[in-house]
Structures are given as C-alpha cells and as structure tokens.
Design a protein around this ligand. Structure first.
Ligand SMILES: [Zn+2]
Ligand SMILES: [Zn+2]
Length: 402
C-alpha cells in the first residue's frame, strides 16, 4: 500500500489509485490526476479519441464495443451502397433506423435498465420520436411556404430553420430525459443522464428525418440524378444529424445529472460540467450547423457543417464523462464484481477505479456503484446509482414504486 499523491488515501501498488483514479507515479511517468491518455469509461482510448461507440454507448465491454463498431461501420457501408444505387427511400429508412436500433440493442444487451425498461424507453426514444414527428409535421409546411414565398432563402426562412427550429428541437429532446430526472430520481449517475439524452436525441432525429423526407419517401423508389448527389444527404441524415442530436442532448443531460451528485465538487469537474455551460454548448451545437447550412449551403457544405459539429460535440461529451467519472469517486457495492469488466483483472472490493487499467468501476452492469449512506438519514435508495443486479437486495428493491 502506498499513499496516493493526489487524494492522500492508501492505495495498493498499481498503475492507478483505486479511490480517485489518478495515474500513480512510475519509473517512466509522473503522477497524472487528469490522465487524459486513459478515458475513464474506456481506458484503452485517449479522452480526445474520436469514437461514437465508446462516447455514446458507455456501458459496453471491450468485446461488445468492437461488435458495435463493426455493426455501425457495416451498416453505414450498406446504406452508402444503397444510396449510390439511387434507392433513396430505402437508404433513408435504413439510415434513420441504424443508430436507434443499435441503441435499442445496447439497452437490451447491457441490461443496465432491466429493472425499469418501460419508463426508460418511454422517457427517451418514444418521447423523442413523438415530439420529433409532431414538431416536424407542424413546421415542415411552414418551411416549404417560406421557401416558396421568398423564392429562396429569405431572412425569415433563415431565422426559422437556423435559429428557432434548432432551439425548439433541443428543448423538445430534453423533455423525456427531464421527466425521468424528476420522476425517477434513483437514476442518479452521470452515465444515466448521458444515455437518456443520447436515446432521446436519436429518437427525435429519426422521427424528424422521416417527416422531412416524406416527399422523397413517397416519390419513386429509384430516384433520378447523379447517384453521388444522393449519397451526401443520406449520409448526413443517417449519421451526422443523429450524432449531433444525441451528443447535444447527452451533453446537457450529463451535466444536469452530474450536478445531482452530492459527492461531487462540481467546480473540480471542469467548466463543461456546469449545466448552463453544457446547455450553451448543446444549443450552439444545434444552431451552428443549421445556420451554417442556411448561409453557406450546398450538400457538400452541409456534410462539412454537420460533420464538424458532430466531432466537436463528441469530444465535449467525452471530456464531460471523463472528468465527471474521475470526480465521482464513489465506492462500490460490496456485492459488485471483483473482476474489472474492462481489462478482466482482479480488483480490490472497495475500489472505485481499476488499479490496473484505470477503468471507472461502477459504470457497467457487473459493477454498478452503491454508496453506503454517508450521512444519517440518507436512505440507501438514494445511495444507489441506476442499474444493478437483482441479487443485490439494496439495488433490486429500489425505485419500483417511486
Ligand atoms: Zn487517489
Ligand atoms: Zn481494469
């Protein structure tokens, strides 16, 4: 046992402090509390590593992560070829379904919300999809009108599509997750907020894309024109718009959920962990690509705008998750697995971080965290994080009646 240079607690000798996740000093490296080289939710990647799966699907094991990557890559490739064949309606339908279906599979296979699958699905996908379809159905005719009346892109059109609609869309994507926040307070982990926000954003984006593409979907099955000209909008609809919507909502919800954490000193978790700043980043992430597309349009530029926004937002989400998990430091349930789900090596029973790879334990099904009550009067139900195993009486009994 050695004292941790960052938190001062006595931790077993290893690469990381089991209480605060700090990179312990070694012959070649110094102490590194921020450890940007080892993302807390997936330590074999850098925090700034660009990855949709390890950012928006944080509960997957390394093997599941690889599979999900192949499915996403293969799915995108199939959609690309279908779009190249100008089977545009098919490409759009498959495109809007790709990420939401992957996310549903993620919910199913990680089992994180198996205690309450219905409220979680209703509060995320279903709510996002219904609101997305409603908002698009109301505003789509207005967009077409504006375009027709002004013979192009008037200031009213730009105001509507570049500012009003993105703001409204972002607000609507938050409705379902916020309902879960207030009515299911036992989902109190940073990653709960992240996952709820991402799922709501994906549901919203899918419904919106279907509504906006309705004329195309009703049109001929094989569209005319250069096949390449169909690839760009289909890629944007299938990948970039959903990633932008999922990331902005995940960012805002992650910060809101993190602020619920009483163990956390929000000031130390970085500026992005402050809900107003996270919300501002999310709103800008919505407005900038829409406005950019309005002002400097064209299919190539649209792809560039949305692609750049998706990349920037994914990085912000990762920084929030990394800093938030490092600051959380919650001890785990005594019943939690003694094997690190990330590297497979043994971990001490009270570890919050794997001493070998630095993985934030308690972010995954096998090792969800349970804080023992820290103050008299704090109920054990308040001390659990979302998910958990049924054999853990404390976790298994929580939340059903809420
Ligand atoms: Zn420490
Ligand atoms: Zn490990």
């Amino acid at each position: 046992m050695i004292p941790c240079p960052h938190c001062g607690r006595r931790t077993p000798e290893g690469s990381y402090c089991i209480y605060c996740g700090t990179k312990l000093p070694s012959e070649t490296q110094e102490t590194d509390a921020g450890r940007r080289h080892a993302y807390a939710a997936y330590p074999r990647e850098h925090v700034l590593h660009l990855s949709v799966i390890t950012t928006l699907f944080p509960h997957l094991t390394p093997r599941q992560t690889q599979r999900a990557r192949w499915i996403l890559f293969g799915g995108a490739l199939v959609i690309l070829f279908i779009a190249l064949g100008r089977l545009v309606p098919l490409a759009i339908v498959l495109g809007v379904l790709l990420l939401p279906l992957l996310y549903l599979a993620y919910f199913y296979f990680t089992n994180v919300y198996k205690d309450e699958p219905l409220p979680v699905l209703l509060g995320t996908f279903a709510c996002g999809a219904v609101l997305g379809a409603l908002a698009s159905a109301v505003f789509y005719p207005l967009i077409l009108d504006q375009r027709r009346l002004a013979f192009g892109r008037s200031s009213g059109y730009i105001l509507l599509t570049g500012l009003v609609l993105p703001l409204l869309a972002q607000a609507l994507m938050l409705v379902g997750p916020l309902a879960l926040y207030f009515f299911r307070p036992h989902f109190d982990h940073l990653l709960d907020g992240l996952v709820f926000g991402a799922a709501s954003g994906l549901g919203f984006a899918a419904a919106q894309s279907v509504t906006y593409s309705w004329l195309l979907l009703q049109g001929p099955f094989v569209q005319h024109g250069l096949s390449v000209s169909w690839v760009l909008p289909v890629l944007r609809i299938a990948l970039f718009v959903p990633i932008v919507d999922a990331s902005t909502t995940a960012l805002i919800c992650g910060a809101i959920w993190l602020s619920r954490d009483r163990e956390l000193d929000a000031r130390t978790a970085g500026w992005i962990a402050a809900p107003p700043l996270a919300a501002l980043s999310g709103v800008l992430g919505q407005i900038i690509p829409s406005l950019g597309y309005d002002l400097i349009g064209g299919q190539v530029m649209a792809l560039v705008w949305y692609g750049a926004a998706a990349v920037a937002l994914l990085v912000l989400v990762r920084v929030l998750v990394h800093d938030g998990l490092l600051e959380r430091k919650s001890p785990r349930s005594p019943n939690a697995s003694l094997v690190c789900p990330h590297c497979g090596r043994q971990v001490p029973p009270d570890a919050a971080f794997c001493p070998h790879c630095g993985f934030a334990l308690g972010t995954r099904t096998g090792g969800r965290t349970t804080r023992p009550p820290t103050t008299p009067g704090e109920s054990p139900a308040d001390a659990t994080t979302g998910g958990g195993s049924p054999e853990d009486p404390e976790i298994g009994g929580r939340g059903r009646g809420n």
